[in-house]
Design a protein around this ligand. Structure first.
Ligand code: PEP
Length: 247
């Protein structure tokens, strides 16, 4: 099963649901639809209404982050996994580089993953090196640290997906070469196998994916799907990615 996950970031108002409607109609008619899932992570403000709207449809709704406490607390503006689940979220991103920049530590991320899983959310755990780390050939050691500091053996691996998003690639139009990405994906899978043995979590790629470069990723059969930022905000761009991937 492949995943096409659209991360809307700070984008969207109630009427933006029309974008998802178009994606949903494409998906419903696509002859390849049994091969993949579509998940959209709108901002918190839209999770409840979109989850209700897409309840019996093909698209699943997720959150972009969650707070590192399980249920209720006195943290102003915080939203817990329990609260997300109660309004219909099925997934949550955790560890997006935007949130790591804002101060999310490995310890916080571990709690987020733990509490999200406790509340039956599927976790899309984001990892990735920055430009300096890449230039200093530290990519693999950074990824290993990010994975092993947070993902515990006792976590429910069936509800975890890892998204590899090199920070230098997010929103820049720059993407890794096929060789680079293949090597990195295989390495991530190797680390996951060390933690989880058989049937370890799938690995997605994220960073400037669009309808024209997605065909190049087809060659890398180790990739289990894509986390898509910019190109998920219009139905045409998002559908082009799926269409060209299966062409
Ligand atoms: C992202 O922010 O998760 C992302 C992949 O963004 P973009 O596709 O715009 O690079």
């Amino acid at each position: 099963m492949k995943y096409f996950i659209g991360n809307w970031k700070m984008f969207g108002v109630p009427k933006s649901v029309s974008i998802l409607n178009k994606i949903n109609s494409y998906y419903s008619k696509d002859k390849n639809r049994n091969k993949y899932r579509v998940i959209i992570t709108p901002p918190y403000t839209l999770i409840e209404s979109y989850s209700k709207y897409f309840k019996n449809k093909k698209i699943s709704i997720g959150a972009q982050n969650c707070y590192q406490k399980e249920q209720f607390s006195s943290n102003t503006a915080a939203i817990s996994p329990f609260m997300l689940r109660s309004v219909g979220a099925k997934y949550t991103l955790i560890g997006h580089s935007d949130n790591r920049f804002e101060g999310d530590t490995d310890l916080m991320l571990k709690d987020k993953v733990k509490y999200a899983l406790n509340n039956n959310l599927k976790v899309v755990f984001c990892i990735g090196e920055n430009k300096t780390e890449k230039n200093n050939k530290k990519t693999l050691s950074v990824l290993k640290r990010q994975l092993t500091k947070v993902l515990e053996k006792k976590f429910n691996k069936n509800n975890i997906i890892v998204a590899y998003e090199p920070i230098w690639s997010i929103g820049t139009g720059k993407i890794p070469t096929v060789n680079e990405l293949k090597k990195t994906t295989i390495y991530i899978k190797k680390i996951l196998k060390q933690i989880y043995k058989k049937n370890s979590p799938g690995v997605l790629y994220g960073g400037s994916v669009d309808g024209s470069n997605v065909e190049m990723f087809k060659e890398i059969r180790e990739i289990d799907g894509f986390l898509i930022g910019g190109a998920s905000k219009t139905s045409k761009k998002f559908i082009d990615i799926i269409r060209n991937y299966y062409r």
